[in-house]
Structures are given as structure tokens and as C-alpha cells.
Design a protein around this ligand. Structure first.
Ligand code: GLU
Length: 329
């Protein structure tokens, strides 16, 4: 098990991962959202953000793609900030469902508990909690401001994706109303569904996701902007949620084989957090059956293997020349 690595070595590892998997043809773009089915399936990028804010990248790391479910992590952070961890445990929970991201069965089985903000039910419930409750415009402002602070730069709404998802999100509408019948949605269901759909339709680049991941890895201090986005006590909470359910029903297999807490989105992005070490992201549109990017998974697995980093290990890998500035709030 190694305990440190140079920047140059890390850059080489990213490049090797890129070269190894760039021609992989596995998976297919999400097609239940028409916009996503039309994205160039060859796009592929990998980015890492170091504790000093430096970004290493290879491939299509400036291409703006739909953040989709990775936004669930961001809004979970927002409500953790607004309400505190105990209230989130009580009102939503932090359990893995072991079921697909949009499972209605999971809600039926746990009527009093949307399980976790990182599946659709819990994420719609999380959006419903965003303050100020009842005010769509101000809630949207809070959601986007939080995402901007985490990513270190502005994110834009992909209008075509928002339209595409809004006309095809019948399953999510059913989830929102089912939550209503169990008193597990805390604002108007249609307003909450709309804001959830909109947040999923924001664009991010692999670089922005790497910065967001690095902010979580760095205990809430954004290493690029130098701004504290959340209190360091929330970091383990959010990392534990990612480790529990970041890849939906495949999360156990993922954590067993990589030890990297990560969150995927059907836009093809995956954001991984190596606490105290760095933030990493990969993007490639074709997905496996559970909705996780095939190439991004392969790349991140390759990188964690080569870095010999694993959240469950007793050792932490440090990037030489890049000691984190401040890590406590
Ligand atoms: N907006 C997507 C949905 O609700 C997100 C799913 C995902 O990225 O896993 O279906």
C-alpha cells in the first residue's frame, strides 16, 4: 500500500486510464430521456482536483453534460447545511435501497422513510425541504448557488434537457405523489418535482465535478475558490451516503472493488471522493444496466487500483507538493 504519489505520476495514471478505455464500446446512452440518447457516445474525460486547487485532466473535461443524479449529492449538502444531519436522518434517512434509482417498490417497502437523498424519492424529498419552502424561485436560487459554490464556477441549465426530461418524467411524478401520500414530501409535490428535474438538467464539466468532489474531500473548503462551502463535520455524512448508495443497486460491488465513495448520473458523469486526498471525476455517456457510466467506472477503478487508495484501508495516500491548506472549520 503506497502512502504518497507525485503529481506527475498521477497525471500519468489519468492518461493511462484514458488511453486504456477510450475505445471501449460497452454500454449505451440513457434513452428514457430523449436528449441524453443523442449525446456523442465517444465523449470521454477524466479530471482530478488536488488539495491545492490544481486540476489535472485528460480528454473531454470541458464538455458541459447533464449533471443528473450527481446533483443529488449537492442538494443533500444544501439541506444538511440548512437543517443539520439529525433532521435529515429523521425526515429522509441515509439507507441504501438496494434497488434501482427510480424504484417505486423501495418507497412502498419503506413507507415512512424515503431512504436517502441519493435516490430519486429521497432527492425529490430533499428538494422539497430546501428553504424557503413554498417559494420556487428562491429555492432554485439556493440550489444553484450551492452547486456553484461546490463546483467553484457557474453551471447553466441545459434547456433542451430540461424540456426533454419534463415531458418524460412520469415515473418521477408518481414518486412525488406517492411520497405525498406518506407525508414524506415537505413542499408542493409538483413544485418539488419541477425543481428536481431542473437541477438534474444543469450542465457540469468533468472539471467542475472534480472540484466539487475535492471540496467534499477537503472537508467543505473549496480548494479552488478558497471559500468554505460547508462545515467539515458534514463531510463524513455525505461521504457515507455516497458509499452506501452512489451506484444504486450495484453500490456494494463498486465499493468492494474500488473503495471509492462515488456518485453516478445518467448523463454519464461520476464524481468520486478520496477523503483527505483529492476529488476525481470521469465522464462518458454510455451506461450499464443500472445507469452508471461504463467507461467512467472502468477509468476510476483503474485509477484507484494504480493509486492504491481505498477508503477502507488504514493508509491514506497524499499527493506530494500539495498539502491541504486548512482542513477544519
Ligand atoms: N433525472 C434522472 C431521473 O430522475 C436522474 C437519474 C440518474 O441520474 O440516475 O431519472
Amino acid at each position: 500500500m503506497r502512502t504518497d504519489i507525485t503529481k506527475q505520476e498521477l497525471q500519468n495514471i489519468l492518461k493511462e486510464a484514458y488511453e486504456t478505455f477510450r475505445n471501449d464500446t460497452g454500454g449505451k446512452n440513457a434513452d428514457y430521456i430523449p436528449y441524453l440518447s443523442r449525446i456523442d457516445r465517444k465523449l470521454f474525460g477524466i479530471a482530478a482536483c488536488l488539495p491545492n486547487g490544481e486540476i489535472l485532466s485528460v480528454g473531454d473535461c470541458d464538455y458541459p453534460f447533464g449533471v443528473e443524479s450527481v446533483s443529488k449529492v449537492m442538494t443533500a449538502i444544501l439541506i444538511l447545511k440548512q437543517y443539520g444531519a439529525e433532521t435529515i436522518m429523521h425526515m429522509i434517512g441515509a439507507d441504501a435501497t438496494g434497488m434501482p434509482f427510480n424504484s417505486i417498490m423501495a418507497i412502498l417497502l419503506e413507507k415512512n422513510h424515503p431512504s436517502t437523498p441519493l435516490v430519486n424519492a429521497g432527492a425529490i424529498s430533499a428538494v422539497s425541504m430546501v428553504q424557503p419552502v413554498g417559494n420556487s424561485a428562491q429555492k432554485w436560487q439556493a440550489i444553484t448557488e450551492n452547486i456553484k459554490e461546490l463546483c467553484g464556477s457557474e453551471t447553466e441549465l441545459i434547456k433542451e434537457l430540461y424540456r426533454s426530461e419534463s415531458v418524460s418524467n412520469h415515473n418521477n411524478r408518481a414518486i412525488a405523489w406517492l411520497l405525498k401520500s406518506y407525508n414524506r414530501i415537505y413542499d408542493d409535490p409538483e413544485l418539488s418535482l419541477d425543481l428536481y428535474t431542473r437541477q438534474c438538467s444543469l450542465s457540469v464539466t468533468a472539471k467542475q465535478l472534480a472540484v466539487c468532489a475535492a471540496t467534499i474531500a477537503n472537508g467543505g473548503l473549496n480548494p479552488v475558490t478558497g471559500k468554505r462551502v460547508f462545515n467539515s463535520s458534514l463531510s463524513p455524512k455525505i461521504v457515507s451516503m455516497m458509499a452506501a448508495v452512489g451506484f444504486y443497486e450495484n453500490t456494494g460491488d463498486w465499493m468492494f472493488s474500488t473503495g471509492l465513495p462515488a456518485k453516478s448520473g445518467v448523463g454519464g458523469g461520476i464524481m468520486g471522493v478520496m477523503p483527505g486526498t483529492l476529488g476525481i471525476a470521469a465522464f462518458a455517456p454510455p451506461l450499464d444496466g443500472a445507469g452508471n457510466s461504463v467507461k467512467a467506472q472502468k477509468a476510476l477503478r483503474y485509477i484507484t487500483d494504480r493509486m492504491e487508495t481505498n477508503i477502507y484501508s488504514s493508509q491514506r495516500v497524499k499527493i506530494r507538493e500539495c498539502a491541504a491548506t486548512v482542513n477544519a472549520s
